[in-house]
Design a protein around this ligand. Structure first.
Ligand SMILES: Nc1ncnc2c1ncn2[C@@H]1O[C@H](COP(=O)(O)OP(=O)(O)O)[C@@H](O)[C@H]1O
Ligand SMILES: [Mg+2]
Length: 328
């Protein structure tokens, strides 16, 4: 059982390293103290993406592609979703993107994993768009690239070929497809609309969640393309690494104070009462973290905690059978 934010961060950093994602190495973990590798030069920390001045469009694109490949590896090999991915939690170190601040990262099968992933993708594209990048992938294409199951082209999850050069090649192909299809640079307003549509698509995690099996309506269909089938497939082959993810099952979602804090949370939720919950349910338009006010961020973190709690309760139920199995 992982108890403290330091333990979570250490475990997630180690998972990143094992999956070939560039992240600081864990040096020491003792209770609440985590010592990690310092990334920087002459005592100066490597800049966050926020602070980087990209010398050219090519340099900006190189960084973007590196980050896209990193997001895929994080999902497909490390089975983690960052949950707070942005220009503030990414460093540029010796020309490569480095992932930091992973204490709130969640398992790929967390109940809200896909929501967090979509938000991460939106944050990443929004940052590069603001930097003037002209060749961003669509949010849907990026989602598909990150979550795609092994395909006929031979790049597979959790197996050798899912490495950076191969992923960069795949991204290059995607670019070419994009050019062939006559990709047009969208304006800021259109980009904002696309973000909202993308963030608010309901992605079913299982057939049980699909009340109506009819095809999505025409307006939404292009956005949904590729967003369910492969993800469902990803769950099918979960058995392969069940052991690997078991010990990490208790990953908690974004938790502002970094603590598990269940008891406190429960009290907070009681105080909030039915009225507050209704209000929150009504608010179905998702914003990116950078767009949120302090209060909105708070509400978001609260919602995440609630989802976590539900999941833990669900797990407790399942835990009985799991434990019995392990004991055999
Ligand atoms: N391993 C590292 N090497 C160098 N600088 C780091 C490292 N980890 C974090 N930093 C710097 O410290 C800042 C805060 O770290 P972060 O893990 O994002 O914590 P938080 O956002 O919770 O305060 C980062 O924005 C980055 O500038
Ligand atoms: Mg941070």
């Amino acid at each position: 059982m992982v108890r403290t934010w330091a333990e979570k961060e250490a475990r997630n950093l180690m998972r990143l390293q094992q999956g070939g994602v560039i992240a600081p190495a864990v040096k020491l973990l003792r209770q609440h103290v985590l010592v990690m590798e310092f990334l920087g030069e002459d005592g100066w920390p490597a800049p966050r993406l926020k602070e980087v001045r990209f010398p050219s469009a090519a340099a900006l694109d190189q960084c973007y592609l590196d980050l896209c490949a990193t997001m895929r590896k994080m999902y497909s090999r490390c089975r983690l979703i960052h949950g707070d991915l942005s220009e503030y939690n990414l460093l540029l170190y010796r020309g490569r993107v480095v992932v930091i601040d992973v204490s709130q990262s969640v398992e790929h099968d967390h109940p809200r994993a896909m929501d967090f992933l979509r938000r991460d993708i939106v944050n990443v594209n929004a940052f590069f768009r603001a930097k003037g990048h002209q060749e961003l992938f669509s949010l849907q294409d990026l989602f598909f690239f990150i979550t795609a199951a092994p395909d006929s082209k031979g790049w597979r999850r959790n197996q050798g070929p899912d490495n950076t050069p191969e992923l960069l090649l795949r991204l290059k192909e995607m670019r070419e497809e994009m050019h062939r299809a006559g990709h047009a640079v969208t304006d800021e307003n259109q980009a904002k609309i696309d973000e909202q549509v993308f963030l608010n698509i309901a992605v079913p995690r299982s057939l049980n969640e699909v009340a109506d099996h009819k095809a999505p309506n025409e307006e939404v269909a292009p956005f949904v393309k590729g967003m369910t089938a492969d993800h469902a497939d990803a769950h099918d082959d979960r058995e392969d690494d069940r052991e690997a993810s078991d010990d990490a099952d208790d990953a908690d979602a974004p938790d502002e104070d970094g603590s598990d804090g269940d008891e406190e949370d429960d009290e907070e939720d009681d105080e909030e009462g039915e009225e507050g919950k209704k209000k929150r349910k009504k608010k179905n338009v998702q914003k990116t973290l950078s767009d949120m006010t302090k209060d909105e961020k708070k509400a978001h973190h609260k919602a995440v905690k609630e989802a976590n709690r539900e999941r833990r309760q669900e797990k407790k139920k399942k835990g009985i059978t799991k434990y019995a199995k392990k004991k055999k």
